[in-house]
Design a protein around this ligand. Structure first.
Ligand SMILES: Nc1nc2c(ncn2[C@@H]2O[C@H](COP(=O)(O)OP(=O)(O)OP(=O)(O)O)[C@@H](O)[C@H]2O)c(=O)[nH]1
Ligand SMILES: [Mg+2]
Length: 205
């Protein structure tokens, strides 16, 4: 069995506008995706902490960016969910100004985890987010969530589907199947996050 990786994390701060972002220091890895896709759960799974990031059955509740500091060489960032009817104002404003400001401006953003629900066919709004990241030139990983709810064969078909869809993308790093319930994909994801952070530091210096 692979060596268990332990990560300590603490909540640093929450921000509802860019001037509340904490000073950019360590490289950051951000979680983004539709409301309810499992962003907060994945952070809790990565740090093996049941309720560090708030998990909710009410989609679209968290409209702030939550910053967590860790001892793994990178910070973790929980972005507000997008695509929830009550908070999105039509197609032209799919992503909030806060999300866009973070993705475009954050200096120490080393990589983005784009979470997509493994149970659904690729959705236009997720592909629109991937386009935003391609435009912003940010390295990103497509993270399939809730894979415990799918048969293994269906998960690998889904991975292939995204591989095909993203075959011409410049900034996609990997496509990973995960479950916050079973921990599947956790160590693989941590490995990628560490690598992205190292690469970020090397290119910045
Ligand atoms: N079975 C299963 N359920 C999951 C998994 N990940 C998240 N969930 C459930 O999905 C629901 C939403 O999870 P959250 O982590 O709060 O999702 P979120 O993306 O942070 O949602 P917002 O903050 O509203 O954008 C909760 O009921 C979780 O328990 C998973 O891997 N497997
Ligand atoms: Mg959340």
């Amino acid at each position: 069995m692979a060596h268990e990786q332990h990560i300590e994390a603490v909540f640093a701060t929450g921000a509802v506008k860019p001037d509340q972002f904490p000073p950019s220091s360590a490289p950051e890895i951000a979680m983004i995706g539709r409301s309810n896709v499992g962003k907060s759960s994945l952070i809790n799974t990565i740090v093996r902490h049941g309720n560090l990031a708030r998990v909710s059955n009410t989609p679209g509740k968290t409209q702030e960016i939550n910053f967590f500091a860790t001892d793994a060489g990178f910070g973790l960032v929980d972005l507000p969910g997008y695509g929830y009817a009550k908070v999105s104002k039509g197609k032209r404003e799919q992503f909030s100004e806060l999300i866009k400001a973070y993705l475009l401006q954050r200096e120490n953003l080393a990589g983005v985890m784009v979470l997509v629900d493994s149970r659904h066919d690729p959705m236009a709004i997720d592909l629109a987010m991937i386009e935003e990241l391609e435009f912003a030139g940010r390295p990103y990983v497509v993270v399939l969530t809730k894979c415990d709810k799918r048969k293994d064969g269906a998960v690998s078909e889904r991975v292939k589907e995204y591989q095909f869809l993203l075959s011409n993308c410049q900034h996609v790093v990997d496509i990973i199947a995960t479950s916050s319930k079973t921990g599947d994909g956790r160590s693989q994801l941590i490995g990628i996050m560490k690598r992205l952070s190292h690469q970020f530091i090397e290119t910045a210096s």
